[in-house]
Design a protein around this ligand. Sequence first.
Ligand code: BES
Ligand code: MN
Ligand code: ZN
Length: 501
Amino acid sequence: MKFSLYQQAANDYSGDCLIVPVFSIPASSKATQSELFEQLDQASGGQLHNLLRQGDISSKPGQTTWLLSLAGVSHKLLLTGCGNSDEFDQRKFRQACQGAAQALRNSHARSALCALTDLAPCQAEPDWQLRMAALEFAHADYRYTHTKKPADDAAPSSDEVAFISSAPSAVLQQASAIAYGVDVARNLGDLPPNICHPVFLAEHAQELADAASEFATVEVEVLDVAAMQALNMNALLAVGQGSAVPPRLIAMHYRGSDSHAQPYVLVGKGITFDTGGISIKPGANMEQMKYDMCGAATVIGAFFAAVRLQLPLNISCVVAAAENMPDGRAYRPGDVITSMSGKTIEVLNTDAEGRMVLCDALTWSQRLKPAAMVDVATLTGACVVALGHHASAVMSKHDDLAAELLEAGQNSLDRCWQLPLWDEYQKQLDTKFADMKNVGGFPAGSITAGCFLSRFTEGQRWAHLDIAGAAWEWGKNEGSTGRPVRLLTQWLLDRSNAAAH
Ligand code: BES
Ligand code: MN
Ligand code: ZN
């Protein structure tokens, strides 16, 4: 889907349809509608205001009404509810964009001119509005097609959306790069686990790097079992040893800054399927555990978005890829494993495998001398209990780093919420037989998982994002959300801007 800016009169637009914002009629005064709404109303002899007054056009945020042939107007109109103009904020703006984007995606219109990005009362800068709108149109456009082709009569994706906006066109290039990263992540997340396994992930990373070569050189390193054995990455290897497909550590490096500048390092949990291992999960919904590589998918997506943005930073992406299976060779409860760091771990539950693969990936990543390190993982069911599907959890001992991530989440509306990593929680990991056990018991399951990881990041500027609730949607729109690609890309953009000032 292509994006462009449109500067001429909407009347002259040569495409299929106009996306027109509609505000509710306040009880007291006359509704303040957008310029385009008023123009179209005049052209139609007052029809739009009539239809709105009669309730035939919805003004509820995100609700849409098609007017396919309004007298006096040559375009198809997609009227998009924005609610009360005095309550119109960033969230309502996004809701309106989502509604319009979905309606456009489900229609047969091939091109549209969007006037939502031309609204004064939104409490947001034109740049922010334009980026958000473009990202929502791209988001609605996504369809999984790898193992199911669209029906012959399925609505086609639109070719182009033009926006009325005072923001510069560079914002659209930015949005396209971010949308590409979100797409990469959603695709990987949605792929079935028989296709998307650790070796596939490594090959796919190389293909994405090749595809990015017109933007920048990306160096790809893949560590196989022998290479990981040589480094004593025994925790990662333990998780992978029950699977017929061997584990991989995948690292990618992009250098947008001086060779001596310390890199920002994103580390992803890439469990391509999580059966729980010997501590096997119940059968219900187990197929959802194909999404257990969404940490990997989203750090890969954010990384390639940053490459396409050609950010003036050094950035590395590290993925711990393994499949967690029960098997004669699988690791078992009671095993004590010596991690790459030398710290010993007693396995109490083989289903707490994410922290096992991540601890070695975090130890390995320290050789890159990171400016900051952020790991992303569908780590705990407890995180879904705590925050549901609306927020990722952020944990860090570095309040400034946590604040950066919280702010990037708020700005991109890919939000996260902080949980404490206080030392008081650490003792839940004590055991007689090793330096730590891999589970902290029932209370504060997300925090004790974070505490476990913190033991492998001593002296590092590090934060952990638990995306168990945010990474995919359940129910009728089931699928990978691509979160937190937007948050991570925003964070990296903010770091570039901070470096420039
Ligand atoms: N991948 C799961 C976490 C998960 C569960 C994500 C449900 C999304 C939805 C993780 O590997 C896991 O199994 N965690 C266990 C940890 C426990 C054994 C300490 C959990 O949350 O139950
Ligand atoms: Mn598990
Ligand atoms: Zn898992």
